[in-house]
Design a protein. Structure first.
Lengths: 191, 319
């Protein structure tokens, strides 16, 4: 009997956790339901920065470091709630420089195709045909529509969007040592 | 990293009940297995269950990783008779989110090519019907733990002598996910950019009678290779923003619809929109027409919100 109890202990604990996970999700849906009818009709967008843009550690003497969007060091945002929308407006707030020790700075440049987006299918994979990139300096606001790569599709069919950010850092050859940081902002406006 | 005070958050009753129910069911299931099954069978089932549920647990926990702050509803409508509304912020992610709320002003404008832009500014240009100076939100800063939600109250204290009409503003909800701290390194230069997300939720304040309408000063359709470029100029009428949609269809010489496009529009003053109607195949020669409708159907916005107006329809030949 003791062995039996011991054998059942682990699956029982896992079962309890599993049952709790969908309960939290169900709670979120119920929450939307009791607020108002409007909240059910208007699926809200959810957004988050999922990975920082990292230029990494460089040795003195390096004067240009470029990170491409959708690369291992690139920044990533995830937007959810896109399904059934007819368009999405995305704007970026890009810093001019990174700030480091004693007020030292490192200039940044985003003048190039340094941002991109991809629709994420239900398996969590980027739909390759949907990937597009643009220059956030010349196109600070990007208005995306589901017909962009699929003619005749009036609404988005997938719920998730991934945004990618890259850029170029231009440290001086004798750049002061230390950690340099900054932040990139994404603005989602429902109009 | 989490230096901001944790403000009280509420958990809905349904969520609490569901959570308790899940625990009770889990315990009952385990007890039933213990009491009813022969030991050898129970052990075999336990091993299989343990393996399967471990895999499921990993999936269940990883499913929510990408999600984070949700702001609901997507637009806020306030009137002088009921000068407050609620915004609900939910952290559906797996990490704490620092959230900061501020106020601003901005609406979509377009350039000559129909390219849209939304400039959000702290202070509205003079002459704009901005509600931002009279908006109050509470709380302004908070930290939402995973799974928590917070109701934010949005209030308007408009001066009594303000003219009738619609006033515009934005509540900006900025969230900064729990990024890992940048490691300090010796003897080198380390560079990193964190990411912030801002939702610009539109706020509309109605005082007295509000009405809207749409005029279409010009419209054009031009063949461009295998597609047709449709340009429409929209000018708002009345004293309220025109929040609606444009739907356009490309009609072949025989009258059949060969391509269509649809998008939401928010015409606060005037807007040019340009659409590309693609069939996905070369367009045979012939006389094509674009048929369009502009109406105030916006199922993505609160139904009691946008000011309604009669639909405007028309058509234009393709050059």
């Amino acid at each position: 009997m003791r062995r039996l109890v011991s054998a059942l202990r682990r699956p029982t604990a896992i079962l309890a956790l599993l049952l709790a996970a969908p309960a939290a999700s169900a709670g979120a849906q119920i929450t939307a339901g009791i607020m108002s009818v409007a909240d059910i009709l208007a699926a809200p967008l959810t957004g988050t920065g999922t990975r920082a843009l990292s230029f990494g550690v460089i040795v003195p003497g390096t004067t240009t470091v470029t990170v491409l969007p959708a690369s291992a060091a690139g920044g990533e945002f995830r937007i959810t709630g896109v399904k059934n929308r007819k368009s999405v407006d995305i704007s970026f707030t890009l810093p001019a420089a990174l700030t480091g020790p004693g007020g030292a700075t490192i200039p940044l440049s985003f003048n190039g195709n340094f941002v991109g987006l991809c629709e994420i299918d239900t398996s969590g994979t980027c739909v390759a045909a949907s990937y597009t990139s643009w220059n956030p300096v010349t196109t600070p606001s990007f208005h995306d529509q589901p017909t962009r790569y699929k003619p005749g599709r009036p609404r988005y069919t997938f719920d998730e969007y991934q945004l990618y950010v890259g850029g170029t850092a231009l440290p001086a050859a004798n750049q002061r040592q230390g950690t340099y940081t900054g932040s990139i902002g994404i603005l989602l406006a429902i109009n | 990293m989490l230096t901001l005070p944790q403000l009280p958050t509420e958990k809905p009753l349904a969520e609490r009940v569901a959570s308790i129910l899940a625990r009770v069911l889990g315990a009952a299931l385990a007890a039933a297995a213990l009491m009813t099954l022969p030991a050898t069978v129970a052990r075999a089932i336990a091993r299989a269950l343990g393996t399967a549920m471990s895999a499921l647990l990993v999936l269940a926990l990883s499913a929510g990783v990408a999600r984070a702050v949700t702001v609901s509803p997507t637009a806020v409508y306030i009137s002088s008779r009921n000068p407050s509304a609620l915004l609900t912020l939910i952290n559906t992610g797996t990490r704490p989110e620092e959230i900061e709320l501020s106020l601003g002003f901005g609406y979509p404008v377009s350039d000559s090519t129909g390219q849209l832009r939304v400039d959000i500014v702290e202070t509205a240009p003079s002459g704009e019907p901005s509600v931002a100076p009279y908006l109050r939100v509470f709380p302004r800063r908070l930290v939402l733990q995973p799974g928590q939600r917070q109701v934010v109250r949005v209030m308007v204290a408009m001066p009594a002598g303000a003219a009738d009409g619609e006033y515009w503003g934005r509540v900006l909800v900025k969230s900064r996910g729990g990024e890992p701290p940048v490691e300090q390194t010796q003897g080198n230069v380390r560079m990193q950019l964190s990411l912030e997300t801002t939702f610009a939720t539109a706020v509309f304040f109605h005082k007295g009678e509000v009405k809207t309408g749409i005029a279409i000063p010009s419209v054009a359709a031009q063949r461009a290779g295998d597609s047709v470029q449709f340009t429409i100029d929209l000018k708002r009428e009345g004293n309220s923003a025109y929040l609606g949609r444009v739907r356009a269809e490309l009609l072949a010489p025989n009258g059949s619809v060969v391509a269509e496009v649809e998008d939401v529009v928010a015409v606060y003053r005037a807007l040019r929109r340009r659409f590309v109607l693609r069939t996905g195949a070369p367009l045979p020669p012939g006389k094509y027409t674009v048929r369009y409708v502009v109406d105030t159907e916006r199922p993505d916005l609160p139904p009691q919100g946008p000011t309604k107006a009669a639909a405007v329809t028309g058509s234009v030949g393709v050059d």
